[in-house]
Design a binder for this molecule. Structure first.
Ligand SMILES: [Zn+2]
Length: 313
């Protein structure tokens, strides 16, 4: 149904025809309303048409509403401003490795709450349910391009990617597997730091993972560390900062202590962009920023370089 007039072509020329629905003639003079329209009812109608939850995500950087399916297909990167959302470890592994080549290691390893820390067991159970993971890292041997690689991927969704005894042990075993098998190691970090609920056992993981990497380096095998938003604390103070090559996703926040703590301790104004990947690239801590969609391609390129270097040596 339409309310506009149509024209119809005939042999004799153009003929006006009546629209299917004729608007009623305006009665009376002017456009006065008999009853004042209620603005509140108009508001209520628009409210009813609100976007259903769980279908769209608002980009925290540019405010664009992104269809969740589109966001997933774009590896959780805003198509408008390239803001990198957090991505689960399984999705990330899927985006990096050759199909069906990932052989997971120590999939069943889980924390025992040895310190009987108040509330820790409940948090572990909650995050196991939410993420379908046993702890904050997934490790395994896989193929990236043509290279066999020992790959570890952390997950911020599991207790903020914190490093307890399971994360440290799984990564250490991964690195040792790399050393024994002559494989390059790639670790993708996202972490708030050491897991306070495991106290000194968490802190020990810093020394353990670092020592394992030292043995790996003695065999002249490459280690690529990829830092993603956020990479902080004990993780940055150990294996994440020890890469032969350190890459980061754009705009990732990276540091040891957070900016507020540093500001309060030093009583100094922090420079703009402090602790972002771009700031750290300018200041020499990291070697390159790589957008998520180019990460696999770039990793293959770097692994090619390393492999060529090893052949020459
Ligand atoms: Zn955006």
């Amino acid at each position: 149904m339409d309310t506009t007039t149509f024209t119809k072509k005939t042999i004799g020329g153009v003929v006006q025809i009546e629209p299917a629905l004729t608007p009623p003639p305006i009665q009376g003079s002017g456009t006065t309303f008999m009853v004042k329209p209620k603005l509140s009812s108009a508001k209520a109608r628009t409210k009813k048409r609100d976007i259903p939850e769980g279908l769209w995500t608002k980009c925290p950087s540019c405010g664009t509403m992104i269809f969740d399916k589109e966001l997933d297909e774009n590896l959780k990167v805003c198509p408008k401003c390239q803001h990198h959302f957090a991505i689960g470890s399984r999705e990330r592994i899927h985006s990096l490795v050759e199909t069906c080549t990932f052989e997971e290691m120590d999939a069943e390893m889980s924390s025992l709450d040895v310190l009987k820390f108040a509330g820790y067991k409940g948090k572990l159970e909650r995050d196991r349910k939410n993420t379908m993971l046993k702890d904050a890292v997934v490790t395994g041997v896989c193929k990236v391009g043509t290279h066999r690689v020992a790959l570890g991927v952390m997950d911020f969704g599991f207790m903020g990617g914190s490093m307890g005894s399971v994360v440290g042990e799984k990564l250490t075993r991964l690195i040792e597997r790399g050393t024994d098998g002559g494989l390059p190691v790639v670790i993708i970090s996202t972490s708030g730091g050491a897991r306070m609920q495991e106290g000194v056992f968490s802190l020990m993981q810093m020394a353990k993972t670092s020592a394992a990497l030292a043995y790996h380096a003695q065999q002249r095998l490459p280690y690529i560390s990829v830092l993603t938003n956020n990479s902080y604390g004990g993780v940055m103070a150990s294996f994440a900062a020890l890469g032969d090559l350190i890459l980061a996703e754009p705009a990732a926040m990276i540091g040891f202590a957070g900016p507020r703590v540093i500001k309060d301790t030093t009583h100094a104004e922090l420079p703009p962009g402090f602790q972002t990947a771009e700031f750290l690239l300018d200041h020499g801590l990291i070697d390159a920023t790589v957008p998520r969609k180019e990460m696999k391609e770039q990793l293959v390129r770097y692994l090619d370089y390393f492999a060529a270097g090893q052949k020459r040596a």
